[in-house]
Write a protein that binds this ligand. Structure first.
Ligand code: NAD
Length: 434
């Protein structure tokens, strides 16, 4: 099949590359000329495990190409995926201006039948607006369909998630659109859920909001564990083994971040309100999530007494492991708060330091976690990279000024930390003092 992907970011580039890998002819478009230039030179503009090899192979074999000219892609393809950003506006609703721009541009270039597919995460009824926009701006009355095909990949395991999904959701209003999309996804040999467009749009918002709810729920339970002297890891284990609940997303920590959960929960709350429903449950999910970061900063401040003049090593900057994405990363709020208190920050992350330099040029970036910990008054762990799980804690303890670890991801065992003689503060578990 001939496919165009408009927007070559995390989702667009992975989607386009994976469709090419399945044997389709794919052209990825982006209006960021520098991004397209790097892609043409074989450079991937962000970190995603395995993507570089897959892009290189598919370009070499002639199935994948890049352009900054949307007209070229519209001419080429029968199926056009919109994969541009849908960030939050200040009032919480999704900013659909990028989707609107792309819909107009597609309409202006369309000369033959096209299936236009929303891959971006959008509020319910966006499909109708995309349809209306294409009708308005296509002067030749060319036939077309609009469909919704929300993406569920996770950064860090995006390729595996795309090629081996739990399910594919396809929202359509015509049999033709359904059969094109079913054929496209057939090689994945997975469950294909065919719905109307609005239901598909809601499936995506509801799924992300549900996962965010699970995270805020377990964080709230962790706070009760702290007050009561219980252990959240045992509580999570005891709950998660119940198959009705499930273990995933039941890990207490410093809350969710990233480019999806915060904005998608915001957008779901806002669209619900607009449709006449007050989604109070999700507002509480948001409140707990924000509060979790503040509680964590307070833990660091309480442990240090006066952060001013102290050196804090930060281990991990990305919002989760295996990505360099810093959008809505808890590290930004936490480092910002500590800098405001007058602390000196030495940070290390395996892949996200380059991006963080643009946000906090004033902090020191280190070559490895040991260098960051050298002479520190506290180590603050914010991302659960494997590298930190396997670190030589004895060596670390010998190099710091005071062996305090404030662990926002519950990476270490309480017993190990006690045996090693650390002052160890984590989430929803007892504090260990040397
Ligand atoms: P991104 O910011 O990484 O990429 C978006 C790209 O679109 C950018 O490269 C931008 O330059 C390009 N763009 C914007 N306007 C354009 C235009 N008019 N023409 C061509 N290109 C244009 O965003 P992302 O993380 O890939 O997310 C895209 C969508 O997918 C969002 O709606 C997001 O919610 C959704 N989503 C993201 C993830 C994820 O893990 N990142 C997962 C599932 C769904």
């Amino acid at each position: 099949m001939k496919i165009a992907i408009i927007g070559s970011g995390y989702v667009g580039l992975v989607t386009g590359t994976c469709f090419a890998e399945l044997g389709n002819d794919v052209i990825c478009v982006d209006n960021d000329k520098n991004k397209v230039k790097s892609l043409k030179e074989g450079e991937i503009p962000f970190y995603e495990p395995g993507l570089q090899e897959l892009v290189t192979r598919n370009v070499k074999e002639g199935r994948l190409s890049f352009t900054d000219k949307i007209g070229e892609a519209v001419d080429f393809a029968e199926v056009i995926f919109i994969a541009v950003g849908t960030p939050s506006r200040p009032n919480g609703e999704a900013d659909l201006s990028y989707v609107d721009n792309v819909a107009r541009e597609i309409a202006e270039h369309m000369k033959s039948y096209k299936l236009v597919v929303e891959k971006s995460t959008v509020p319910v009824e966006t499909g109708e607006k995309v349809m209306q926009t294409i009708k308005r701006y296509n002067k030749q009355n060319v036939p077309f369909d609009v469909a919704s095909n929300p993406e569920f990949l996770r950064e860090g395991s995006a390729i595996e998630d795309f090629l081996k999904p739990d399910r594919v959701v396809v929202g359509v209003q015509s049999d033709k659109a359904a059969s094109i999309l079913k054929k496209l996804y057939e090689p994945l040999n997975t469950n294909i859920i065919v719905t109307d467009i609005k239901s598909a749009e809601i499936i995506k918002h509801a799924s992300n909001s549900f996962l965010a709810t699970k995270i805020s729920f377990i964080n709230a339970v962790a706070n009760i564990c702290e007050f009561a002297g219980a252990d959240i890891q045992k509580v999570s284990e005891g709950m998660g083994l119940d198959r009705r609940i499930g273990k995933q997303f039941l890990y207490a920590g410093i809350g969710y971040g990233g480019s999806c959960f915060p904005k998608d929960v915001d957008a779901f709350v806002t669209i619900a309100e607009r449709k006449g429903y007050d989604f109070g449950l999700l507002k509480e999910v948001q409140r707990i999530n924000k509060d979790q970061r503040k509680r964590f900063v307070k833990k660091i401040e309480d442990a240090l007494w006066v952060p001013k003049g102290k050196t804090i090593a930060i281990w991990g900057l990305a919002f989760k492991p295996n990505t360099d994405d810093l959008r809505e990363a808890p590290s930004i709020d936490i480092i910002g708060a500590l800098l405001k208190e007058g602390a000196t920050i030495k940070a290390y992350d395996p892949v996200a330091m380059r991006r963080m330099k643009a946000i906090f040029p004033e902090i020191t970036y280190c070559k490895n976690p040991y260098e960051a910990a050298q002479d520190a008054d506290a180590i603050v762990l914010l991302t659960e990279w494997n590298e930190f799980k396997q670190i030589d804690l004895k060596k670390v303890k010998n190099s710091v000024k005071y062996p305090l670890i404030v662990d926002g991801r519950n990476v270490y065992s309480i017993d190990d930390m006690e045996a090693l003689g650390f002052h160890y503060i984590s989430i929803g578990r007892r504090e260990i003092k040397p």
